[in-house]
Design a protein around this ligand. Structure first.
Ligand code: URP
Ligand code: ZN
Ligand code: ZN
Ligand code: ZN
Length: 467
């Protein structure tokens, strides 16, 4: 079976070209000069005239079915990966969880059981370490051999996922030896918990206090501390997740300028949404945007600095941190006490569009759009060149993107299992058209042609970025 994506403009991290993409089975076999491709007769032609052809999006940070705060993220691997496909994302890297006290391999097995047979697009795992001890350090070595080459630790959430500095240092030393990446949730959770208790004691119980009690300074401090610990661990590779604060970005930029193995991602919510306008919405409405790190103040320069960081590569990747909870029965657990609102925002369906809007708005080039949503995630997390690039030999994960189309984001039309949209009413000046996953058309003209269980587990290699 051969298929030709014809007449489009192919975008890669290093440039843009008029080319037709020839697919055979699951793989891209050639990029053809349009003047030449008329001489071949494929089984199927997809018309991409006037459209961009980009590699399928890779969302390197999702939490399907994550247990959190007495409930669980509302998207399953079924609903969440289907929504991802609709939005042009053809690979996710989800976080398997070792709960505190659990054997790492048992946590991983539980995650495989949730995902296997349920995914619509390809998937891989990072591993959250809920406890660092001799056993879990040994497990890190084993998992690297099994294609799980990155481990997330938390400087936040004392009593839940939290690791202290000694534990973090030990995990970093282990990663430096076995080639894995340490991913860090960088917020000073011990100090935050003091602020949270003080706020509640003053009767400050509404959603905005979630943001006020997690000040940018405590993200900056934790980020700097993580960078220092990684330096002590002989420059262990470090990846800061969901970076939201200008100060944290400055710390990352400084480390990078010094040639360190330090990387970071941000998420669309920090580029578009704010403490005042969303988290500070009247009544309990702000609960929709409770996530950690929190949305930042529009009166400071965070969002502007994050866009700049994406341009300069101090921010390498845009992931969603997709962790949806419905308002009803889930976010509502925190009525009268913001600290009980489950943390997370859903957005796996909209990342490709939201960052394309950055191109329209003059924030990013087309090439940088593709790089931050597909190519760099693949390289950073050991999926390249199977994923993240339109090149012969790579998986035929392709998105035909229409720059003349329009997308209006709404709960009424999205496919995520959420009873609200964090981006309700936002208009994107572009639209996901046809989506191919390993050569199979899974979305066309807004209609779904994929199926549950077709997504495959991906064993990852080591990061391509490490020196
Ligand atoms: O609020 C968030 N980010 N929830 C998901 C868990 C995490 O810390 O990434
Ligand atoms: Zn986190
Ligand atoms: Zn720099
Ligand atoms: Zn997360």
């Amino acid at each position: 079976m051969t298929l030709l994506v014809k007449g489009g403009t192919v975008i890669g991290p290093t440039g843009t070209q008029r080319a037709d993409v020839l697919v055979q089975g699951e793989k891209i076999v050639a990029l053809l000069d349009p003047a030449f491709s008329g001489t071949i007769t494929p089984d199927e032609i997809i018309d991409a005239a006037g459209k961009y052809v980009i590699p399928g999006g890779i969302d390197a940070h999702t939490h399907m079915e994550l247990p959190f705060g007495g409930t669980a993220a509302s998207d399953t691997f079924d609903t969440g990966t289907r929504a991802a496909a609709y939005g042009g994302t053809t690979t996710i890297i989800d976080f398997a969880v070792q709960k505190t006290g659990e054997v790492v391999q048992d946590g991983l097995a539980a995650w495989h059981a949730k995902a296997e047979g349920n995914c619509h697009v390809d998937y891989a795992f990072h591993m959250i370490l809920g406890g660092v001890d001799d056993e879990s350090l040994k497990a890190m070595d084993q998992l690297v051999g099994e294609g799980i080459t990155s481990f997330k630790l938390f400087m936040a959430y004392p009593g839940v996922f939290y690791s202290d500095d000694g534990q973090i240092l030990r995990a970093m030393q282990t990663a430096r030896e076995n080639g894995a990446m340490i991913m860090m949730h960088a917020e000073n959770g011990i100090a935050i918990d003091v602020l949270v208790q003080q706020a509640l004691a003053r009767g400050e119980t509404g959603p905005i206090h979630h943001g006020i009690t997690r000040p940018a300074a405590l993200e900056t401090e934790a980020t700097s501390r993580a960078i220092a610990l990684a330096e002590v661990a002989r420059d262990c590779p470090l990846y800061i997740v969901h970076l939201s604060a200008s100060g944290a970005l400055e710390s990352v930029a400084q480390a990078r300028d010094a040639g360190r193995n330090v990387f970071a991602e941000t998420c669309p919510q920090y580029l578009y949404l704010t403490l005042e306008d969303q988290l500070g919405a009247p009544g309990f409405e702000g609960a929709k945007w409770v996530c950690s790190t929190p949305l930042r103040s529009k009166h400071e320069s965070h969002a502007k600095d994050l866009w700049k960081g994406l341009r300069s590569n101090d921010l390498a990747i845009v992931s969603t941190d997709h962790c949806p909870f419905c308002m009803k029965d889930q976010k509502e657990l925190g009525l009268g006490d913001f600290s009980k609102i489950p943390n997370g925002i859903g957005g796996v369906e909209h990342r490709v569009d939201l960052i394309y809007q950055g191109v329209v708005d003059g924030q990013l080039s087309l090439e940088r759009w593709v790089e931050t949503i597909a190519t760099t995630p693949a390289r950073m997390f050991g999926l390249y060149p199977q994923k993240g690039i339109i090149a012969p030999g790579s998986d035929a994960d392709l998105v035909v993107y229409d720059p003349n189309g329009r997308t209006r984001i709404s709960v009424d039309t999205h496919h995520m299992n959420m009873d609200y949209s964090a981006y309700e009413g936002v208009e994107i000046q572009g639209r996901v058209g046809t989506v191919l996953s390993r050569g199979e058309v899974i979305v066309a003209d807004g209609n779904y042609h994929g199926r549950k269980g077709r997504g495959r587990y991906l064993r990852r290699g080591l990061s391509s970025y490490l020196v």
